[in-house]
Design a protein around this ligand. Structure first.
Ligand code: NI
Ligand code: MN
Length: 225
């Protein structure tokens, strides 16, 4: 599969069979996004929580081509109540879709939509397809159960926030990599706004000092996993 980064926490996975999965597509209003929302179509949208910088352009994109939302129950119901197809899941639960397996994890964060709807617990997500597992942590503070997540799953790529203030900063994110033990750590949720300024190369250096791999993805870059 391929992984493309749109900046902030927005990623696009394209599986070997050609299925497109968007995660937290915050494009419009994101000053670092290299694309416009109307350039994106998808088969699936995974949302980690309801905040505006994660729900983003989901509904605009979903109106162009019918797709399936995959998120925790309350957020899935919110998508359904806006007229979209949704698959309701919840933290700790996994499900096999045609492209692969999705399992939701805990995240320590809030979840409310821009129109003030409470949308359940914030989550992280494990995405397994084409023999690889990607762990997108969502917005979260550091938690020790990342060690358990890493013990129970062989994580190939861990996408995790480093921007501080709302989420882990660099020091906590480096510890998160140590706990979850992925093959490769990819920083996200930084430099979108001044309040979450962080140097991804500082994170990368600290991860490499632990003897682990890190890739700082350029905005718009796509890599083969
Ligand atoms: Ni958030
Ligand atoms: Mn956020």
């Amino acid at each position: 599969m391929k992984l493309r980064y749109f900046s902030h926490s927005a990623f696009q996975i394209t599986t070997d069979s050609g299925k497109v999965i968007l995660i937290d597509p915050f494009i419009t209003g994101n000053p670092t996004s290299p694309v416009k929302a109307d350039e994106i179509t998808t088969d699936y949208i995974i949302l980690t929580h309801g905040h505006g910088d994660h729900l983003g352009d989901s509904f605009t994109i979903a109106k162009k081509k019918e797709c399936l939302f995959i998120c925790v129950n309350e957020l899935a119901n919110y998508c359904a109540s806006n007229g979209f197809r949704a698959h309701n899941m919840h933290i700790g639960g996994g499900y096999n879709f045609d492209f692969g397996r999705i399992k939701f994890t805990i995240a320590h964060h809030g979840s409310k939509t821009p129109d003030e709807q409470y949308t359940g617990e914030a989550s992280g997500v494990l995405i397994t397809a084409d023999g690889k597992t990607v762990y997108h942590t969502g917005d979260t503070g550091l938690f020790y159960d990342m060690k358990l997540i890493g013990e129970m799953n062989k994580i190939d790529y861990m996408l995790l926030p480093i921007g501080d203030n709302f989420t882990m900063g660099i020091d906590d994110a480096v510890k998160a990599v140590e706990l979850a033990n992925p093959d490769v750590a990819i920083p996200m949720h930084y430099n979108t706004f001044p309040i979450i300024e962080a140097d991804p190369n500082e994170f990368k250096m600290q991860v490499e000092d632990m003897g682990k791999k890190s890739i700082v993805m350029e905005y718009g870059e796509e890599i083969q996993l």
